[in-house]
Design a protein. Structure first.
Length: 576
């Protein structure tokens, strides 16, 4: 797909300190950073937990459970955020002296998402006194009611957008519920439960809990590796609050002070622990952790994050790595099937027949992998995509991915309002959502979805745009700047890694690893030559005699046999 390289508005970053590299000042300013305070990464710059609505009620429930040595059951979501949220809750509660803490994660194929009445029935067999949801629960009205009917108290911790009706839990902590004063609205589920544990520790300190029981007051910063992983893997915007959490977690990992499971997952992914950056969490650890929830049961991933035994962590990480390889094979087949399907309209220039809101379905698709397929096709078409899999004779489950400018959950909400009964359930974020509908309603849903999307996206919105931070001179394309940019993050959603653009002469090119395009590029009218790599890209479509290209790229560090050199990681390449 042809894309547009669009440079950000020129900003000089003059309000930032003079000791910051000029290119980095430009990058920061382009992301809305106007003061050195916004670049602070220390723990003391986090917002206070006192700002959360419902935090006192939540701490009260936990305090009561600890005093009575009651059984606390954590119910998690089955993705990486849910797994890290669960591990954070369980580890923190054990650290403060909880006597009996266990966890339960619904199998996505049997119970679906959230605290459903069916999973409450399973939870009841554990005989808990207090049930804590992590990364779910804000939409679990029926599930919470079922728990309370059984005499089980419920604390909901979540970050998803609430519906019109909230569950009747004893306490709810969610920065996105109405009248909540916490400024960090983009916390992942793991960030929310981490804040709850900070508030609980303060309460225990105030009550003399640790002193009376001769317990060492725990350093909850030990959990920041989990918080960083869940935050990055859930692709929430890295606002200042999240950047602090991720930066602090990365520091612990780089210094070898992370949990055994994260260290083992980095090892099987071939990552150097002391040089790990945020993208390693998102592209190396996150997918391996998510593979458990997609193909089997996220219990495996949570156990990997909870174990303190080195051998067990290695064994579990290797199992997760095998599952991830299996997931890739399934994804490859499904992606090819999806691409074959979209060929029927991808080149259609008639807006009356080519859908803008794309819905895809195949009888053989794996419901745990449809989200990845939706994401891959969205990247290819630059249109919102929903991929569906069959969950039963009568029901389909869909996973939606959106493009900039379209809030996908709001679109589903609008469709549900206009066509009552079309959707069974739905929920999610601006860029990703999940839904279920009767299988015989797929055709009318496709039409309704496309109609709604057309109300929000223009033709310009459908053109892929690569946003650039401008051009770098030959002198700036060096290892020093690459190192500076690498360490200047953490980069991620809403605070993207710097991308630059320029025109280069092609000296050589070849395919490596069967699917990556390796290039040797020269800056025109200069002697500067750099290595470049375009991942998951072949050069079959480019003429053999192509000598000059326009490239959007990230300036990164390539380490090989102990040598570190600057390398361009290509985001987009086109004939110049």
């Amino acid at each position: 797909m042809t894309k547009i390289i669009r440079r950000q508005c020129t900003v000089d970053g003059s309000e930032l300190p003079n000791d910051i590299n000029p290119v980095l000042k430009r990058v920061y300013a382009g992301r809305g950073v106007h003061s050195s305070r916004e670049l602070e990464r220390s723990f003391q710059h986090l917002h206070s937990y006192d700002l959360f609505r419902g935090i006192d009620a939540a701490v009260g429930l936990l305090w009561e459970a600890l005093q009575g040595q009651r059984h606390i059951l954590v119910v998690a979501d089955f993705d990486a955020d849910g797994a890290t949220s669960c591990a954070t809750a369980v580890r923190a509660l054990r650290m403060v002296g909880a006597g009996k803490v266990s966890f339960l994660v619904p199998n996505r194929f049997e119970y679906g998402y959230g605290l459903t009445p069916e999973i409450v029935e399973v939870a009841a067999s554990y005989q808990p006194d207090l049930l804590i949801t992590v990364d779910n629960g804000i939409s679990s009205v029926a599930g919470v009611a079922s728990a309370r009917e059984r005499g089980i108290k419920v604390l909901v911790t979540d970050h998803h957008l609430p519906g019109d009706v909230l569950p009747a839990a004893e306490a709810i902590v969610n920065p996105n519920q109405s009248a909540d004063a916490f400024p960090g609205k983009h916390l992942a589920g793991v960030g929310v439960i981490f804040y709850v544990m900070l508030a609980l520790r303060a309460k225990l300190r105030e009550e003399g809990w640790f002193r009376q029981r001769s317990l060492e007051e725990p350093n909850l910063a030990q959990l920041l590796d989990l918080v960083a992983l869940g935050t990055v893997a859930d692709v929430v915007p890295l606002d200042h609050c999240n950047r602090i959490l991720v930066a602090q977690g990365l520091l612990r990992i780089q210094r070898g002070r992370c949990c055994r499971g994260i260290a083992a997952l980095l090892n099987v992914a071939g990552r150097n622990t002391n040089q790990v950056v945020a993208s390693d969490l998102g592209f190396a650890i996150g997918p391996r952790l998510n593979a458990a929830g997609r193909l089997e049961d996220m219990t495996l991933g949570i156990e990997c994050l909870l174990t303190d035994d080195l051998d067990e962590a290695d064994t579990l990480a290797q199992r997760l790595d095998r599952l991830n390889r299996e997931r890739r094979e399934i994804e490859h087949q499904m992606k090819n099937q999806a691409l074959a399907h979209i060929e029927t309209f991808a080149e259609d220039k008639d807006e009356r027949t080519a859908p803008i809101g794309v819905c895809l379905f195949h009888e053989e698709w794996h419901q745990g992998v449809v989200g990845i397929v939706a994401s891959r096709i969205k990247e290819r078409l630059h249109r919102p995509v929903i991929a569906f899999a069959r969950t039963s004779e009568s029901e389909l489950k869909g996973s939606a991915r959106s493009v900039a400018g379209l809030h996908i959950r709001d679109v589903l909400d609008a469709v549900a309002s206009k066509y009552p009964g079309l959707l069974t359930k739905f929920g999610g974020h601006a860029m990703a959502a999940g839904l279920s509908l009767p299988s015989d309603r797929l055709a009318p849903f496709k039409k309704a979805f496309d109609e709604e999307v057309r109300l929000h996206l223009s033709e310009d919105d459908l053109r892929g745009v690569v946003y650039s931070d401008g051009e770098l001179t030959a002198e700036q394309l060096n290892l020093e700047l690459a190192e500076i940019l690498r360490e200047a993050g953490p980069w991620g959603q809403g605070f993207p890694e710097p991308v630059f653009d320029g025109v280069f002469d092609v000296l050589s090119r070849r395919i490596v690893g069967e699917k990556h395009l390796k290039l040797s590029l020269k800056v025109p009218h200069a002697s500067k030559v750099l290595d470049a790599i375009a991942f998951n890209t072949t050069d079959e479509q480019w003429p053999a005699d192509l000598k000059r290209v326009e490239v959007a790229y990230k300036l990164d560090v390539n380490e090989y046999r102990g040598q570190r050199n600057p390398q361009l990681v290509v985001e987009y390449i086109a004939p110049a």
